[in-house]
Write a protein that binds this ligand. Structure first.
Ligand code: ZN
Length: 517
């Protein structure tokens, strides 16, 4: 394999206007140290002040602060032509002269439309100068519809020699972007938030490895997840090197790297102990694209990532087919003994059938835990219709994974049930989280981690707040890639002992799982 370093396409310098208590790398020195830790050789950076202050001011600060740093490449944030910045031809000439090889536009944050009328004159000059434009629509959650795909595709057609890089799109993107990729080859996707199951290899098989640019979203987003997905997705060395940096070098017109190849980091190494993934789905899902959601291909990922077992919830049973979905989970358990644990999903819209279904799942099928999906079933967790399941869990000391709000009353009334609050890993670490607060007062509530957005430093804060014994790793595969989600734990700045508890011990105890690999 030709040696070449990872090159981060989506990195910010400095801090944003919101309060940032989590100790992210903010200065050039801190950022370089973090890149060393992660094995990232180079980064394309823009300045936080260009996002939250004013672009002209932020762009100047950027050049001042990164002067003389061969590993950091400047990216200027631009505005539509309104007299706030020089006219397009002059602006682009200045960028060229000062070595700025990329532009970023933030139409949502900076309140303008990303259309021909608004930014066409600027795009024409960027195309002439071969300066790619990174389009940031401020997507925070995967289900948000902020990205202006319609305009993007129109502009891609109008400026065919201008690379457009969409940053920060999540696992909801394929239904939007795949049809466009069949028509336009100047549309790229930055990968910091892109995490469908085996998602990088999926895009590579369909469209080639040229469309994806590795990015981290540092310093606000945790860099471990995109790093892990790049390393463990099913790519060959050439594809991995292309996505990891060479595509970006090509787009920026950087013939060769100004630095020597950078050694890969140990941060993304898999641990020696087994891993249990406490939150995985089986099948397909209405509201987003799902890749490789069958048991066979989940096992393929497990083998790759040394995951001993996954706890399964059928998508069908969080829709309207409780029994059918639970049967499909059982079939996967039968087909791959020791690799899948069963969640008996209950449907509160069929309260009378619930107790019987639980007896069937636990007495006959050997399931391990119970799942509530309060959102898809439209019933809150403390509703009477869920009562038979809570009584059953309490009687048998079972774990109950709840996508929905757990109340203090439930914890007190059912003290032998072990409540798992789903998706706590998506916490931003700023406002108090209700489940974290409950955990400080009650021993029978646990934090389950899977969440598409992984803020930097949040797992560290969670360990501080509730301790390492009540945090449980889950991935929400195949909506999200199990490698991506593992990156949250593996690259966190917590002890190896705490990581083992989170990745295996705590869940094994809750599920009474004593099989060893
Ligand atoms: Zn889920």
């Amino acid at each position: 394999m030709k040696q070449s370093s990872l090159f981060d396409a989506n990195c910010m310098l400095g801090r944003r206007s919101i309060h940032t208590p989590l100790g992210q790398p903010l200065t050039v020195t801190e950022l370089l140290a973090e890149m060393d830790r992660l094995g990232i050789g180079e980064a394309l950076v823009f300045h936080a002040m260009a996002l939250d202050g004013h672009p002209a001011e932020g762009n100047e600060r950027l050049l001042r602060e990164i002067a003389g740093q061969a590993r950091l490449h400047p990216c200027w944030v631009l505005l539509p032509t309104c007299g706030e910045m020089p006219p397009p031809a002059q602006l682009v000439a200045t960028m060229k002269r000062r070595g700025v090889r990329a532009a970023r536009m933030c139409p949502v944050r900076h309140r303008y439309r990303f259309t021909q009328e608004n930014v066409g004159d600027l795009l024409a000059q960027l195309e002439k100068a071969r300066i790619p434009v990174f389009a940031d629509f401020d997507v925070v959650r995967w289900s948000e519809e902020k990205t202006d795909w319609r305009s993007l595709v129109e502009l891609c057609g109008r400026y065919p020699k201008l690379p457009f890089v969409v940053v920060g799109e999540g696992f909801g993107a394929p239904r939007r972007i795949f049809p466009f990729w069949r028509r336009h080859d100047n549309l790229y996707l930055e990968t910091s938030y892109y995490q469908p199951h085996q998602g990088l290899s999926d895009v590579t098989r369909r469209f080639g490895p040229e469309r994806l640019l590795f990015g981290t979203g540092l310093p606000y987003k945790a860099p471990g997840p995109p790093l892990m997905q790049l390393r463990y997705d099913f790519l060959d060395d050439g594809e991995r090197t292309a996505i990891g940096g060479n595509n970006l070098r090509r787009v920026l017109g950087l013939a060769r790297s100004p630095i020597r190849p950078f050694p890969p980091s140990r941060v993304a190494d898999l641990p020696g102990h087994p891993i249990l993934d406490a939150h995985v789905h089986l099948g397909t899902w209405f509201s987003s694209y799902v890749n490789a959601g069958d048991a066979e291909r989940l096992v393929r990922s497990m083998d790759r990532l040394r995951i001993q077992a996954m706890a399964l919830i059928a998508f069908d049973s969080i829709a309207a087919d409780m029994r059918g979905g639970n049967d499909r989970v059982f079939a996967a358990m039968q087909k791959y003994p020791g690799r899948f644990l069963g969640y008996a999903t209950v449907d509160p819209n069929e309260p009378k059938a619930m107790a019987r279904e639980l007896e069937r799942c636990f007495d006959k099928l050997g399931f391990h835990a119970i799942k509530f999906h309060c959102e898809t079933h439209g019933v809150p967790a403390d509703h009477d219709h869920y009562r038979p399941a809570l009584e059953f869990a309490n009687e048998h000391g079972l774990a109950v994974l709840i996508h929905g709000r757990i109340t203090e009353k439930m914890l007190v009334e059912f003290p032998r049930a072990q409540f798992l609050s789903a998706h706590v890993g998506g916490w931003d670490g700023r406002e108090p989280h209700y489940a974290v607060e409950l955990a400080k007062r009650h021993p029978n509530i646990h934090m389950e981690l899977c969440a598409s957005t992984v803020y930097n430093g949040v797992l560290e804060k969670l360990v501080e707040e509730v301790g390492p014994d009540r945090i449980v790793h889950g991935s929400d595969a195949p909506l999200m890639d199990p490698g991506y989600q593992l990156g949250r734990v593996l690259a966190a700045r917590i002890s190896a002992r705490d990581k083992k508890k989170i990745l295996f011990d705590n869940a094994a105890k809750l599920f009474r799982w004593n099989q060893r690999a």
